[in-house]
Write a protein that binds this ligand. Structure first.
Ligand code: ADP
Ligand code: CDP
Length: 227
């Protein structure tokens, strides 16, 4: 058993998982694990091999030869496949459009979940925030702090298109909603499982959302530690 404290955060695209988790990890001195990056990097790897992520056999073949590495340092984030730094490439629209194909392969999800638990357990920090879609329910259902981060669909789409200023806002929104609909067929990240706290960031800015998450973290950890 590891004594690394796990904070699990799930939510749909653009709800603020990455930015809120990173800032919360900094505030706590914790590590930060972006699990979507692994699915994105595997999708990039499939495309790099000239295959299609709709082809489950091609996805499994790519997954069996997938030299993946990610930083858990919230101040120095990078993602690599072999010697290639894919930190930027995995955010490209062609990867976003292909990633759900990878995420719907059950064996890939099992392999990914094992990887995430091992990466968090090996952290030299007191805790790790793990964010994704199935962290509160499948990857770390026993975590002492489990949060569902939500925001209204139009707010999420606006946030994502503010990041991708070189792309058409309507196209970014359509792609985000299409990916959510596809992902929702695989895991339920729109409703909170029992024991999972909801933080709705629709009317909060980033700092307020981080404060709300830190509030939940302190309350849950104090309850665990009996204060
Ligand atoms: N509460 C918030 N208010 C305003 N903008 C936010 C808020 N949370 C996140 N953002 C911004 O929205 C964008 C998307 O957030 P991100 O963390 O990438 O979401 P996710 O990881 O859930 O897809 C980022 O540019 C981030 O700075
Ligand atoms: N725990 C997770 C995390 C991501 N994913 C998949 O990985 C994709 C990319 O996740 P992400 O967190 O980088 O996406 P954003 O919410 O940041 O846009 C999602 O669209 C899902 O298909 C998943 O299936 N399970």
């Amino acid at each position: 058993m590891t004594d690394v404290t796990i904070i699990a955060i799930d939510g749909p695209a653009g709800s603020g998982k990455s930015s809120v988790s990173k800032q919360t990890a900094r505030a706590l001195g914790y590590g930060y694990l972006d699990t979507g990056a692994a699915y994105r990097a595997l999708a990039w790897h499939v495309l790099d091999r000239g295959a299609d992520t709709a082809d489950a056999d091609a996805v499994l073949a790519a997954a069996s030869d997938f030299p993946y590495a990610i930083s858990l340092d919230p101040d120095e984030y990078w993602v690599r496949v072999g010697q290639v730094d894919v930190t930027e490439a995995i955010r490209e629209p062609r990867v976003s459009a292909a990633v759900s194909g990878v995420a719907r392969v059950p064996a890939v999800r099992v392999q990914a979940g094992e990887l995430f638990r091992a990466l968090a357990a090996a952290s030299d920090r007191p805790g790790v925030i793990i964010e994704g879609r199935d962290i509160t329910t499948v990857v770390a259902p026993d975590a002492p702090v489990r949060i569902l981060l939500t925001a209204a669909p139009e707010v999420r789409a606006a946030r994502r298109s503010a990041e991708l200023t070189d792309q058409d806002a309507a196209a970014v929104a359509a792609a985000l909603h299409k990916r959510d609909a596809s992902d929702a067929q695989v895991v339920d990240f729109l409703s909170a499982a029992p024991g999972v706290e909801v933080v709705d960031s629709t009317d909060l800015d980033l700092a307020q959302t981080v404060d709300a998450v830190l509030g939940v973290v302190h309350q849950k950890l104090e309850a665990r530690d009996g204060h």
